[in-house]
Design a protein around this ligand. Structure first.
Ligand code: GLA
Length: 386
């Protein structure tokens, strides 16, 4: 039996233990890391994330009424419930806001969602910047789409997840995380144009090149419903307005001298990050195709510097993780995700993984910092029914 099948069976049993009946099915959706292309998604730009081999799994059964009951295998996650007819986004709170938000957005999109019972379990660490929220949203979206026979496409389901996050959870995030979770394919990254939403798989070839993708979870917490993320998004809107374009996607490197004259210094640097990051994403996808992953290290490094110095979304722990990994064998490293904490990724030759791991742990210990979680991830396939 495969690991997924084992997870599915255990979850179906937990569901039956909690609700006293069998689920109609079990669905699974992965977390993601972003290889490159940070904060470009809500600027109509380019991203290159991949789904990882850590997923969130939901067992779901439709009900004959309009009641939703939700429970979770997480210690401390309280069961929750509500009536679909009485749902108000502002009342949604905690983990259950994600599944509730998906059900609500599906209804708003015209899908007749029945009441349902749901039990969730997850191996995507929460708060690590690996999109545990998108994994939950996508698993629920696919489950409800299947159960209702709505048959929505994967890109549409990703958008339902994004809307749940924006309108119910209250985090002003873009479409990247849900797209990675819905569209991921084995050994590939997802090249997504966030303007026209066209996407294609880009083979990563990590294994063939003897590379591993190391994730360093700094355990520094971030929350995108408040603070820095929304502030950066506002800067980008200001930058686009100041430059007279619909979105920062419309600017190129050749526009930067004019941007420097037209914008205040901070806004200019925010804009420069987005413009150069879009170019790095396109270049990374191109190099992966022509030369493979060993050729993209410098682009990952440049992306990190741009986030550290221009977009200012890194933090000392992320910088330490990146610098230490780089100094102990990584061919490239960068923070991944929204920033202000969460994880960094490093592409490391297989033989150097242990050395890099020990070096990062030692560097954190030497500075009296909480020990990070360090593990490897594989590019995996997107959401599916088990
Ligand atoms: C978070 C958001 C994404 C994206 C990244 C930054 O993960 O959910 O939409 O904006 O931050 O690239």
């Amino acid at each position: 039996m495969s690991t997924s099948a084992t997870v599915g069976t255990a979850l179906a049993r937990a569901f039956a233990g909690h609700f006293g009946r069998d689920p109609d099915g079990v669905w699974q959706a992965p977390g993601r890391v972003n290889l490159i292309g940070e904060h470009t998604d809500y600027n109509d730009g380019l991203v290159l994330p991949f789904a990882i081999d850590r997923a969130t799994t939901v067992a779901v059964a439709a009900r004959a009424d309009r009641t939703v009951r939700m429970a979770s295998g997480f210690p401390g996650a309280e069961p929750a419930g509500f009536d679909l007819d009485a749902f108000a986004p502002e009342q949604a709170a905690g983990w259950s806001a994600y599944p509730a938000g998906v059900a609500w957005e599906l209804e708003r999109a015209g899908v007749a969602v029945p009441g349902f019972d749901l039990f969730v379990t997850s191996e995507v660490p929460v708060g690590a910047g690996l999109s545990s929220s998108a994994a939950l949203e996508c698993a629920v979206a696919l489950a409800l789409s299947d159960l209702t026979g709505a048959g929505l496409g994967r890109a549409d389901l990703a958008d339902i997840g994004r809307r749940a996050e924006n309108n119910v959870v209250g985090a002003p995030t873009g479409i990247m995380d849900q797209s990675a979770s819905m569209l991921g394919t084995r050994d590939c990254a997802v090249y997504l144009d966030c303007r026209d939403l066209t996407s294609r798989p880009v083979p990563l070839g990590l294994e063939d090149s003897g590379l591993r993708c190391l994730v360093i979870d700094t355990k520094v917490s971030h929350a995108h419903a408040s603070g820095g993320y929304a502030d950066r998004r506002a800067s980008c809107v200001r930058g686009a307005q100041g430059m007279g374009v619909a979105a920062l996607r419309d600017l190129e490197a050749a526009d930067l001298p004019r941007a420097r004259r037209a914008l205040d210094d901070v806004t200019f640097r925010r804009v420069r990050h987005i413009v150069t990051e879009n170019e790095r994403v396109a270049r990374t996808a191109e190099l992966l195709g022509t030369h493979g992953p060993l050729a993209i290290g410098e682009l990952l490094d440049a992306s990190h510097r741009s986030m550290r110095d221009d977009f200012e979304i890194s933090c000392p722990e992320l910088n330490l993780a990146v610098d230490t990994a780089r100094a102990s064998g990584a061919i490239g490293a960068r923070m991944t995700g929204g920033g202000f904490g969460g994880s960094a990724i490093a592409l490391v030759p297989a033989d150097d993984v242990d050395r890099a791991r020990s070096a990062v742990l030692a560097a954190f210990a030497a500075r009296g910092l909480r020990a990070p979680d360090i593990f490897t991830v594989l590019p995996a396939k997107g959401a599916r029914r088990l």
